[in-house]
Write a protein that binds this ligand. Structure first.
Ligand code: CO
Ligand code: ZN
Length: 343
């Protein structure tokens, strides 16, 4: 859990994933033969072996912002989002502005309700209305902040009761699952690549090129998925439920999982008594969507971790699902040479 806490609290907006790359490198270097970084920042780690070429991919980036403008007189910052935010999750959050010298803490401010007009109260909030207040005079802000500095949300990682909660579980928890599975696997029955991908949140960009480098026969994306098991959502639209096991993805809007891989995952889960649920996600995609299109195409699947409140700072996942995801990936790595990909 210490590693997951570090990953969740680390900062890495799309295109600025160096901190995450360093954590993965530290965690995995003893377990892999080679580790390299490409021009998009993907971390490509290989453990040579017999059997099919398998790439497991987890994205290192998190949704965030860059500074786009500094306001005259006040020094408030305007910010450009990188990734899909719901503006109402951002009000009153603390943020960190990562400047060249030192990190600055700020908050996303808003007009107090006391002075809002009737009309303003009805108007939906838009990202362009948001501003960051660093609590500093304009002059100091201009000295320290550069247009383009990354901005991340500030949030502690917590593990309590049966859940973990924090920012960027999307997709640091996927990174964590990959690392833990590689550490725990016995004999790995494939030529294994672990890819920490970049810029997933702005369109699966890192994975698209990593697929050409790795040329996997099998690609497994590790990512969070929607768990909308909450009041006001009918059962049929909940996608997954927290605590009901790792989700074996069938489809989302970027990929249709290979039937042979679906079957293999399902059988392994049944045989080893690993709790699982099947996932059909109407909208959204993972790195599997990019990996399948590289070279002559790869057989892909996503193992998802059901997560409530995705793309907020209180993303919540269940520790039993986390264990199930690691167990299933371990089982797959140990038997990857037996998978039947005949269509
Ligand atoms: Co995401
Ligand atoms: Zn994700």
């Amino acid at each position: 859990m210490e590693l997951l806490k570090r990953l969740s609290e680390a900062a890495g907006v799309p295109g600025h994933e160096a901190e995450i790359r360093a954590i993965i490198t530290e965690a995995l270097s003893d377990y892999m033969d080679t580790l390299r970084t490409d021009h998009l920042g993907n971390l490509i780690a290989r453990r040579k072996g017999e059997g099919p070429v398998v790439a497991i991919a987890a994205h290192m980036d998190e949704i965030g912002f860059i500074v786009s403008f500094i306001e005259d007189k006040t020094g408030f910052l305007r910010i450009q989002p990188l990734g899909g935010f719901d503006p109402k999750t951002l009000i009153s959050q603390r943020v960190v502005v990562h400047t060249e010298k030192k990190d600055l803490v700020g908050c996303i401010g808003s007009k107090p309700i006391h002075i809002l007009t009737e009309e303003e109260r009805k108007k939906p909030l838009e990202l362009k209305d948001l501003f960051v207040d660093l609590g500093l005079p304009e002059e100091t802000v201009r000295e320290r902040v550069t247009i383009g500095d990354p901005v991340t949300l500030l949030q502690d990682f917590l593990a309590y009761e049966n859940v973990v909660s924090g920012k960027a579980l999307d997709d640091r928890i996927g990174v964590y699952i990959g690392i833990e599975a590689i550490k725990r696997a016995g004999k790995i029955a494939c030529d294994l690549y672990f890819v920490g991908t970049t810029q997933e949140e702005v369109g699966l960009r890192g994975a698209r090129v990593a697929g050409f480098t790795v040329k996997p026969q099998i690609g497994i994306a590790l990512d969070v998925t929607i768990a909308a098991d909450m009041p006001g959502v009918p059962d049929a639209q909940q996608v997954t439920k927290l605590g009901s096991g790792v989700a074996i993805k069938l489809t989302d809007s970027a990929s249709i999982s290979h039937p042979g891989l679906v079957k293999a995952m399902r059988n392994l889960a049944e045989d080893r008594g690993i709790p699982y649920q099947m996932e059909v996600l109407p909208r959204g995609g993972t790195d599997a969507g990019a990996l399948q299109m590289a070279q002559e195409g790869a057989a892909v699947i996503t193992l998802s971790l059901p997560t409530r409140y995705v793309h907020s700072v209180v993303e919540m996942a269940h520790t039993a699902d986390l264990k199930a995801a690691i167990d299933l990936l371990v089982a797959f790595l140990e038997t990857a040479d037996q998978v039947d990909l005949t269509l």
